[in-house]
Design a protein around this ligand. Structure first.
Ligand code: SF4
Length: 266
């Protein structure tokens, strides 16, 4: 786990090559990749999808709903670039796997609308198992957490349940949601791990709670937009692992009272 001080020191490393030209060129390649990643539709969106509604920290979700500018420029986009690329490959692979089947078993990258304001894209629906599958491409520490007794973070579970609701609203049977965790840094698929849980109408009360919480968060976002509140007036509930990837994380703000959020216990 990265410490706060390590996080603050994590300026992009100087890149290397076999000649001075190659070193400079490596930096130029990285600049283009990072600029594209930071400007992608996924990163400039204000619409919150199912993956964001279950985040426990009010401040993070309210800040996103209010369109507060990001202050965390340290988090490296590479893990999400790898994740996006793997998702695209998996979508093609599972779609192609329908060829030759008696019925199309796999439905990949399907838009789902569990709530009119919060649509999303379900990675995979398995018609044979009546299961909704979400692919996660994860580093070692996240893989270990999902394999532990505690299981996935609540935001992943809420995301899965909301996708399940979206597929149910399309009229498809859904009895199970599954998180397929692919090891991002391993050299083989031997570490692939699946976490699953039953779902169905029994989750509708929980889903309504999530939407009610989102409604309260939208009200707080309106208060920020109107200037009656600032981001730091919003309560927090997070740990380091959530904060490091939060767009508003800026530990220095505890000292300089500048923009951003200092993180847990702020
Ligand atoms: S940095 Fe952490 S505590 Fe602050 S808004 Fe983000 S997730 Fe919440």
């Amino acid at each position: 786990m990265t410490s706060v001080s390590e996080f603050m020191k994590a300026a992009p490393a100087r890149l290397e090559g076999n000649t001075p030209w190659a070193s400079r060129y490596a930096g130029e390649l990285r600049r283009v990749v990072v600029e594209q990643a930071n400007g992608s539709a996924r990163n400039v969106q204000r619409h919150l999808g199912p993956s964001e509604l279950g985040v426990p920290c009010d401040r993070q979700v309210v800040g996103k709903l209010a369109g507060v500018p990001a202050t965390n420029h340290v988090a490296d986009p590479w893990p999400s670039i790898v994740g996006t690329a793997v998702h695209a490959w998996l979508a093609d692979a599972f779609t192609a796997a329908n060829a030759g089947l008696d019925f199309p078993r796999w439905l990949a990258e399907q838009r789902v609308v569990p709530h009119p304001d919060h649509s999303g894209t379900g990675d995979l629906y398995d018609a044979k198992e009546s299961a909704v599958v979400d692919h996660k491409v994860l580093g070692e520490s996240s893989m270990a957490k999902i394999r532990s007794v505690a299981g996935p973070p609540i935001k992943y579970i809420i995301q899965l349940i909301l996708y399940g609701k979206g597929f149910r609203l399309m009229g498809l049977p859904v009895t199970r949601v599954a998180l397929a965790a692919y090891p991002r840094t391993a050299a083989s698929l031997d570490g692939l791990y699946v976490w699953e849980r039953a779902t169905g109408p029994q989750d509708d009360a929980l889903i309504e709670e999530v939407f009610a919480l989102t409604g309260r968060r939208k009200q707080m976002a309106e208060e920020i937009i109107s200037g009656r509140l600032t981001l730091t007036d919003i309560p927090t509930s997070a740990d380091d692992s959530e904060c490091f990837f939060c767009p508003f994380y800026r530990p220095q703000s505890k000292r300089d009272n500048g923009p951003g959020c200092p993180g847990p216990n702020s």
